[in-house]
Design a protein around this ligand. Sequence first.
Ligand code: AGP
Length: 608
Amino acid sequence: MCGIVGYVGPKNPKEIIFNGLKALEYRGYDSAGVCIFHDGGLKRIRAEGKLSVLEEKLEGEEFNGHIGIGHTRWATHGRPSERNAHPHNVKGVSIVHNGIIENYLQLREDVLSQGGVLESETDSELVAHLIAAEIDKGRDLFTAVLTVAPRLEGAYSILVVSEQFPGELIAFKSGPPLIVGLGENAFYIASDIQAIVSHTQKVIYLDDYEVAHIKDGHVQFYGLKGQPLKKTPVVLDWTVERAEKQGYPHFMLKEIFEQPRAVAAAIDPYIDVQSHTLDLGELRKENLKDLQRLYIVACGTSFYAGMAGKYFIESLSDVSVEVDIASEFRYRKMHLPEEALVIFISQSGETADTLAALRRVKEQGLKTVSVCNVKNSNIDRDADYHMYMNSGAEIGVASTKAFASSLALMQVMALGISKEKGLLSSEKETFYVKSLLAAPSLMENVLAYNRFFQEAAKDLKNYRGFLYMGRGVHYPIALEGALKLKELAYMHAEGYAAGEMKHGPLALIDPSMAIVMLAPKDELYEKTLSNLEESKARGGQIISIGTGEDERLKSLSKNYLAIPDPGSWMVNPLLEVIPLQLLAYHVACAFGHDVDQPRNLAKSVTVE
Ligand code: AGP
């Protein structure tokens, strides 16, 4: 939701903190600020707008201290403005906050009743007031934090410094991620490893209700009750290059082109390329043979991957799969059979609703599986079993390669469950595994449509809206295609089960409406074709995606895009989603939108 950065060390904090914020800009970019020690006091500079505005204000500003904090914001409480930008300073205390303080109205009353004067409309500023009040009572900074933290309800990752305690920086969290990088006599604290990896590969992940206290060149870890904790550093294998654009105009296009590699990396831990067999690994500890009920819970694009997983798993086994949006699932009166398995898909591993749903399920004693792209993220750490998208950092707010990896892992899950249940013959296993292994090279072929959409986008952007349609497993892909266009081009787009058209959406169709029809050759192909004819008859402008040279489909379409026959029907989604991503990307570019940082969105929704 927001990006926070802190630094303690011998170098000048301004550049380190600002570059850290740049690495986290994808998490929020409506305002930003830094607060760094200078001449023994705290010097704060903030700006509304993107980080480039803050960069101009910082030009020429000197800071001779060695401790500082910074923040790039995605507004939750209080509209984007300099006044609401972090850091928030009160009586020499300065804090940055990622998350939402849910009991802020009560805390606001408390601060005002003690004579506090609020500068901003934010919940975060209240934390600075509360800590300053405790210091006024004679407490040191650490004790002040331990006193205030238990009063905070909701999600928070907070860094705090104080003029009265110039050699200290304290970090504490409950919910959104917070990582402490251990450098040469230096400490780098941030919401995500992208802001740390260029300085050190040795990091410590703070868990919920933990505190990192940096003082006099050392860091100590505590629980919120002040109990000392022993935390073990993790050594990363990230390189800065991986987090750069590598020559692409946007991270999103780079990540679209990384999808073949991402899929190969996702399936690699489960497949023996010599014997063309599959092994589910640690999940086999579960009694999958008797598994009857499985739930898949996620948000947004990850939810659509889960929907596709339902088709895969139910087609290959006798397991009933229920897929639910995390923000609904977590509040429903759930009657989950205790032997059910629940899968949580989350690229960031930090989505608040998905994490809350996971924790509710665990309270009920069910076994959980995380499918994440970020190791040691909250969802990854809280689950019983773990699958990794292995996509590498996905910086573009619009998810692409993580989606492809999730689709591939859903196929691994379906094949693994089927095999554990004795429902997958060795011939079928070989067939599906070979098809999955061949998917990355077929995906490379489909990426060639990049040039087509680069040209077509200037016309496509003139449509009144887009209807994406598909049957069976193509239905969630249609939903994903529509979401891409919504979140990137800000155009009206809907995904629909093609069989639903007659129940209302057909009324939408006229020549100003573009129809994107997913119709690869599979068992529902004929049914899909009749839906296409209905749309054509009403003047819909049809872009269709089909298998190889499909003359029937071509004759009904304004634009026909052929994808190769992958053998296994389950691989089609990996191929057909690529043109949908490229369509959305190039239409957004045609509008001149900021593709990597679409308006109103954030990469990781760590609050409800
Ligand atoms: C997808 O392009 C969006 N950025 C959004 O729907 C995203 O998929 C959703 O917020 C879930 O994020 P997660 O996978 O990190 O949990």
